[in-house]
Design a protein around this ligand. Sequence first.
Ligand code: SF4
Ligand code: SF4
Length: 94
Amino acid sequence: MAKIDCSENESVNFLCLKCGECCRHIEAFIEIIPYQHDGICGFLQGDLCAIYENRPDLCDYKRAYTYFADYLTEIEYKEMVLYFCKKFQQMKKC
Ligand code: SF4
Ligand code: SF4
């Protein structure tokens, strides 16, 4: 999965741990990432993306901001990504 580096903003210090869990919960993005099976992206191999260099815009933290820029500031967007990332990581531990 994408490396997400928010190090330029100390209030949102986050680095992707490559757990792959966000790629197992893409139900809400079926129109944007249409290759899912039971919510799991078909491009997920183990915990990693098989098409990482050519992944959709939504899978790239920086490019995906264009989907949210009309109603979230950059810092709000980063906080949202961090929130859901932590939620996904907790799901993996269960
Ligand atoms: S859930 Fe978070 S840590 Fe896990 S792959 Fe996705 S962005 Fe990275
Ligand atoms: S295309 Fe890659 S980065 Fe995007 S959801 Fe699928 S496995 Fe994850």
